[in-house]
Design a protein around this ligand. Sequence first.
Ligand code: NAD
Length: 268
Amino acid sequence: MLNIAVTGAAGRMGRTLIEAVHRSENEQLRLSAAVQREGSSLIGADAGELAGLGRLGVPIVADLADAEFDLLIDFTLVEPSLRNLEYCRNNDKRLVIGTTGFDERQKDTISEAGKDIPLVFAANMSVGMNLCFHMLKQMSEVLGADSDIEIIETHHRHKLDSPSGTALRLGEVVADSLGRDLNECAVYGREGVSEPRDRNTIGFATVRAGDVVGDHTVLFASEGERVELTHKASSRMTFAKGAVRAAQWLQDQSAGYYDMQDVLGLRD
Ligand code: NAD
């Protein structure tokens, strides 16, 4: 039996994760704890009722230390996520992190923790998007040198970080495939720029509107043709199911820092 805790239980992803764990066809997976930030009016409420599933007998607690679990799934914010990482590292718990918005130093802290505990960290847990990452590598190698490359993303109006963690990851895949450093070739805005486009740059465009769950397009435009790789998430359940798949896979792994390419067996 794998006892799973979900942090940020009342958040958009938290509620979806509670449902995904509960509805998982793997009978070995069990929601054992749900955690919501201190001061929330939902502390003490039933996690199943919060997620619209009916009573599950799992009361929401304010502190991870009050939760019994083997593995934590964390989709919260940068600071709470790093605190939860620390807790799991100190208490030998497995961890799936879906939070986005970490800077490079914080990402290093996460990968360091992989020396002590098994953890999966992925800015996008969708199976389809992870297949896109895989195909993008080949597309970049074939089309990249001759194309202008732009990454366009759209998300709902509540999203805090931009560009999205997924858009940045797409940029990294392209840059790595072409032997470029994303920090040096990314262009995040063109207001006030009045010069022709530099072929070696990778452009990003961010749209925030309505209730869009997450659309990403990578555009390769050269003279005579355009190739677009587009992924559209229509429900948060795709991310939640990916996180549950990662949890299930992590059950059998030793300490290490993994991502969804490892979970899906797509690592080269
Ligand atoms: P949300 O705002 O709906 O939920 C955030 C949760 O974090 C809430 O439950 C909130 O109470 C909790 N929280 C906020 N501050 C806290 C604190 N100080 N201490 C403890 N808990 C705190 O956001 P969301 O849409 O559910 O997204 C959560 C995160 O997941 C974001 O970083 C988002 O970008 C990311 N995300 C990742 C994927 C993926 O596939 N990896 C998919 C969707 C969203």
